[in-house]
Design a protein around this ligand. Structure first.
Ligand SMILES: Nc1ncnc2c1ncn2[C@@H]1O[C@H](COP(=O)(O)OP(=O)(O)OP(=O)(O)O)[C@@H](O)[C@H]1O
Length: 242
């Protein structure tokens, strides 16, 4: 792994002095302490760092789920930090997919119907079957979440997130609840999404091996970026040790 200064594609995100403080006075928690960051479009980015270092806070602000206390964040040419609530909702709907540790599928809907929850309201969605095929589950379209393994449910959640063809896919601990073989299958799907659709993928994880898949690894510590490493060579999901 080597840090280089080679030219990168234009940033999909650019933050300047991004700061998030919860509470006030002696009880204040400084979740982000002035983060300056560029994320080039189309990259596979992994955020690592100790618990409480600010990774999820950054993801939530870039994903339009939260607002900073100070500083700016741009999505391409648009300033997220200047958007109204309605504009942020539209930004999330049009451009952002989320995958969380727990899959948040609707138990009463089958896999296809869970994906259709998103495709019905998206501007230029894939067909739900196509999205399920992308994650290798087209033959399980009629199965309910209770009939699927944890890894399969997470793959349905990924299909749901990518079916609207988001510009960015944010994943917060996507393999946190999975065993190694299943986690590997989920990471394979995420790298496929990045490579086949060109989606920028940003993953927060404690699984340090995931960093081997990344174009760029951002190490967080105490509300700031300690180091950004660009991988000259990436491994595939099949190659990483678990
Ligand atoms: N709503 C909130 N109110 C108060 N403090 C919060 C809130 N959300 C997060 N924090 C604090 O902000 C800091 C950063 O939290 P964050 O969730 O971003 O860390 P993280 O690096 O993602 O941690 P983890 O790896 O455990 O998920 C932590 O000290 C956390 O307790």
């Amino acid at each position: 792994m080597t840090d280089t200064s080679a030219a990168s594609p234009r940033p999909v995100f650019c933050t300047k002095a991004l700061t998030k403080t919860y509470g006030e006075g002696p009880a204040a928690v400084h979740a982000l302490r002035g983060v300056d960051l560029d994320i080039p479009e189309g990259e596979f980015v992994v955020l690592l760092g100790p618990s409480g270092s600010g990774k999820s806070t950054l993801l939530n602000i870039l994903g339009g789920l939260d607002r900073p206390s100070a500083g700016t964040a741009h999505f391409k040419d648009v300033e997220l930090t200047g958007m109204s609530d309605a504009e942020l909702t539209k930004y999330r709907r049009d451009h952002v997919g989320f995958v969380f540790q727990f899959y948040n599928l609707m138990p009463s809907l089958n896999a296809r119907e869970n994906v259709e929850l998103v495709t019905e309201i998206a501007k230029t969605p894939m067909d739900a079957k196509e999205a399920l095929a992308l994650v290798g589950l087209d033959k399980r379209a009629h199965h309910f979440p209770s009939e699927l393994s944890g890894g399969e449910q997470q793959r349905v959640a990924i299909a749901r997130a990518v079916a609207k063809r988001p510009t960015v896919l944010f994943c917060d601990e996507p393999t946190g609840a999975l065993d190694s073989a299943t986690g590997r299958a989920v990471l394979k799907v995420l790298t496929d999404v990045n490579q086949q659709l060109g989606t920028t993928v940003m993953i927060v994880t404690h699984a340090a091996n995931t960093a081997m898949l990344a174009d760029r690894v951002i190490h967080f510590a105490d509300g700031g970026i300690r180091e950004v490493i660009r991988n000259r060579e990436k491994l595939t999901a099949e190659q990483i040790d678990w």
